[in-house]
Design a protein around this ligand. Structure first.
Ligand code: CP3
Length: 347
């Protein structure tokens, strides 16, 4: 941990803060000319695998935006490689997993003993944490077992998750074994990021909203709960983020995560009351709103802050990552607006 007293970490623990902390998912990405310049030299995976480059990308975005937390630049899919599943990014198509997981044998072969080979990510965390020296907290992250499994089984992005759901329904015991392997790897990987200086861990369950409540409770909840417990043993607070998750919120709360990330489809106050107020919330401006005129963005940010009502435990963010071609000025202005407006609204 490098910044335990920062307003971001305090908000994750639902402690009082003088203003609302703000950061953005995908704050380092293609919308930013500085990032596009680095991408002219290196592929996405080359950036991730060179700690000094990944650290620079992380630091540059956080400094340009004047944000309250820096998420380490990495990718959700990196652990696939050490589990024995090579993948690449194909232009226009997104991630492609070369040999998708479909059979019992494929699952038996998945390795859980090579997490140390992801050491380049914790090295980048250490560089960022040393650079900020407590001034800006560092967020480490990992994929949730369901979202990672969906890429590994489908072989890439998916619309209906047919193969993933087929495995759940046909082979529930195999599914559980698969989930346990993913929890082992992501727990080790994230704990290593905390040891390197990450203050908070975010678990991305980006595609969990394709599940109904019953399936979530039976096939996902027990495994995310064990991941959350393992991460909390490191001492770092845990943020658990999903999209399309309005109906899943009470169950997601049962994982024990300190903060739940909300997408934009549910008003923040309604989401928080579905969760109960014993956890923090992060969110939840629609990333597409950043393409709207400034007065629309400002009105919505004001509404979100009003819905949070100054209650301890709100972290301002978008409902999902910043999209390519988002106007950078709007992102900067939004961060500044949240910081200034929430400070002046505090009693
Ligand atoms: O938020 C940050 O600033 C940290 C960096 C970060 C990246 N990926 C870098 C990246 C984070 C947190 C991720 C997580 C990630 N990766 C998720 C979960 C988050 C979410 O959006 O729900 C997922 C599903 C992935 C897998 C992945 N990586 C996809 C589907 C893509 C898009 C592929 C494409 O063709 O656009 C990526 C690529 C990726 N990872 C980019 C960035 C900045 C896109 C930019 C690039 O290609 O350089």
């Amino acid at each position: 941990m490098s910044a335990p007293e920062s307003i971001f970490v305090r908000a994750c623990r639902r402690l009082p803060v003088e203003r609302t902390p703000v950061w953005f998912m995908r704050q380092a990405g293609r919308y930013m000319p500085e990032y596009r310049a680095v991408r002219k030299q290196y592929s996405l995976l080359e950036i991730c695998k060179q700690p000094s480059v990944a650290a620079d990308v992380t630091i540059t975005a956080a400094e340009i935006l004047g944000i309250d937390a820096a998420i380490i630049f990495a990718d959700l899919l990196l652990p696939l490689e050490v589990m024995g599943l090579p993948f690449h990014f194909s232009p226009g198509e997104g991630p492609v997993i070369e040999r998708p997981v479909r059979s019992a044998d494929d699952i038996t072969k998945l390795r859980t003993d090579r997490t140390a080979d992801l050491g380049y990510v914790s090295e980048a965390v250490a560089l960022v944490s040393r650079h900020f020296a407590g001034r800006v907290p560092v967020i480490g992250f990992c994929g949730a077992p369901f979202t990672l499994a969906s890429y590994m089984i489908e072989g890439g992005s998916s619309r209906n998750y047919v193969h993933t759901k087929k495995m759940m329904f046909h082979s529930p015991a195999l599914w559980d074994e698969f989930m346990r392997k993913l929890v082992t790897v992501t727990a080790d990987y994230s704990a290593e990021q905390v040891r390197a200086g990450a203050d908070v861990i975010q678990i991305f369950d980006s595609w969990v909203g394709c599940l109904g409540v019953e399936e979530y409770r039976r096939f996902v909840l027990p495994h995310v709960t064990s991941l959350v417990k393992a991460l909390q043993r490191t001492g770092a607070p845990v943020i658990y983020f999903g999209t399309d998750s309005a109906t899943l919120l009470p169950s997601m709360r049962e994982t024990g995560a300190d903060v739940i990330g909300l997408d934009w489809r549910i008003p923040l106050d309604e989401g928080w009351s579905r969760l109960g107020h014993q956890c923090g919330v992060q969110g939840n401006l629609d990333p597409v709103l950043l393409f709207a005129p400034w007065k629309e963005i400002e009105a919505r940010a004001r509404l979100i802050l009003q819905q949070a009502a100054g209650r301890p435990g709100h972290i301002f963010n978008l409902g999902h990552g910043i999209l390519p071609e988002t106007p950078v000025e709007h992102v900067k202005d939004l961060a500044r607006f949240v910081q200034q407006h929430s400070a002046s609204a505090r009693p």
